[in-house]
Design a binder for this molecule. Structure first.
Ligand code: NAP
Ligand code: GDD
Length: 348
């Protein structure tokens, strides 16, 4: 019989990649969608459009992570074998502005799902979208499953609650519940306000005369960036093991935001010159025009300066390894951005 999965956060970056991945594996996929005044299914519309057949395998349900009754009625109706909890207020900077909402969605949302599993069917497997942000202020060379946590934002603290809750429901009630501790992962479908997508999108527009300047925050922070497509595969692999366990998923390599900018400029053949003597560094193009300006607006009250993961456990036990390197990821993101603006590009 076909397996049935329920994905919260299906309209997000990872949700869309995971839905496609599971459909290819033959799953029936159900997703949670919140009501919005504008259409918010752009990332999954192609599942309907490109594959008419998948309408029999792919279903969306209105609900919200802050509304237990909607979650309960969906789960009781669809009877999933696996739940992937990807829904969250996932923006670290926004979590400082909306700490209570972040806790309600990102922490208590997990509690709502686990309670439904505990009360209705403890055989449902549960995946929790954990994060490298849990490590926050820990300055170990590389972070793995044994590294202690030191969250530095309301977002990371909400995720810490979900991490420990997932472990607790596993230990206390024997539920197959696992945490993926995923380091940053990007793609052409990444949300516009995360730094990689913001940089690629702006530099493509600057290149074709559609934008003048890109404003950034801390260009010295360093991240371990992988591709979302590789990372959703790891989620599924964790759920197929006999025993539920937690796994770090990462590339093991990090670069700074500034170097990421340089890499994108290199691919786009934009010459840039950094001036880092000011409090707010900036970069000019070959005509001495400022095209990148840092601004306090994008600094966070507490920053996570460096993250780089050690995913040896996943590579050994799950036999997982990333297929994308950073250059391939950047090329794909740039190609997609150019494709998006190709009609506009023709005007210039
Ligand atoms: P994303 O693109 O921001 O997607 C978040 C999803 O959650 C969207 O579908 C969003 O719906 C949904 N959502 C937010 N609040 C909700 C609510 N109250 N009720 C129902 N749905 C709600 O995030 P992502 O990059 O795909 O990440 C997926 C998960 O992995 C998140 O939990 C994130 O915190 C975690 N994570 C991400 C990374 C990464 O680098 N991408 C790394 C580690 C962990 P709308 O479309 O309606 O907004
Ligand atoms: N968003 C953003 N915008 N970040 C900027 C900017 C800017 O203009 N300028 C510099 N940065 C820096 C941030 O301060 C941070 O240090 C780094 O770029 C990455 O920021 P984001 O892309 O917003 O990602 P994040 O690392 O804070 O969080 C993402 O990864 C986590 C996993 O480590 C999100 O996807 C989280 O949901 C996820 O848990």
């Amino acid at each position: 019989m076909k397996k049935c999965a329920f994905i919260t956060g299906i309209t997000g970056q990872d949700g869309s990649y995971l839905a496609k991945f599971l459909l290819k594996k033959g799953y029936k996929v159900h997703g949670l969608k919140r009501r919005a005044s504008l259409i918010n299914t752009q990332r999954i519309d192609d599942i309907y459009e490109d594959n008419f057949q998948s309408r029999k395998k792919f279903f969306l349900h209105h609900g919200d992570m802050t509304d237990a009754s909607s979650l309960q009625s969906i789960i009781e109706k669809i009877k999933p074998d696996e739940i992937y909890n990807l829904a969250a207020q996932s923006h670290v900077a926004v979590s400082f502005e909306q700490p209570e909402y972040t806790a309600n969605t990102t922490a208590l949302g997990t509690l709502r799902l686990l309670e439904i599993i505990r009360q209705t069917n403890r055989k449902i497997k549960f995946y929790q979208a954990g994060t490298s942000e849990l490590y926050g202020g820990i300055y170990k060379k590389k972070q793995n499953e044994k590294t202690p946590f030191h969250p530095r934002s309301p977002y990371a603290i909400a995720k810490l609650y979900s991490h420990w809750l997932t472990k607790n429901y596993r230990d206390a009630y024997g539920i197959f519940a696992c945490n993926g501790i995923l380091f940053n992962h990007e793609s052409p479908l990444r949300g516009e306000t995360f730094v990689t997508k913001k940089i690629v999108s702006a530099l493509v527009k600057i290149k074709y005369g559609m934008q003048k300047k890109l404003y950034l925050g801390n260009i010295y922070s360093r991240r371990d960036w992988g591709h979302a497509k590789d990372y959703v595969e790891a989620m599924w692999l964790m759920m197929q093991k006999k025993k539920p366990e937690d796994f770090v998923i990462s590339t093991g390599k990090q670069i700074s935001v500034k170097k990421f900018v340089n890499l994108v400029c290199d691919v786009l053949k934009i010459d840039i010159y950094w001036n880092e003597k000011n409090k707010f560094p900036y970069a000019t193009d070959s005509k001495n025009k400022v095209i990148i300006q840092t601004s306090s607006k994008y600094f966070r009250p507490t920053e996570v300066n460096t993250l780089v993961g050690d995913s040896k456990k996943a590579r050994k036990i799950l036999k997982w390894k990333p297929k994308y390197d950073l250059r391939k990821l950047v090329n794909e993101m740039i190609d997609y951005e150019i494709y998006l603006h190709k009609n506009v590009k023709k005007k210039f």
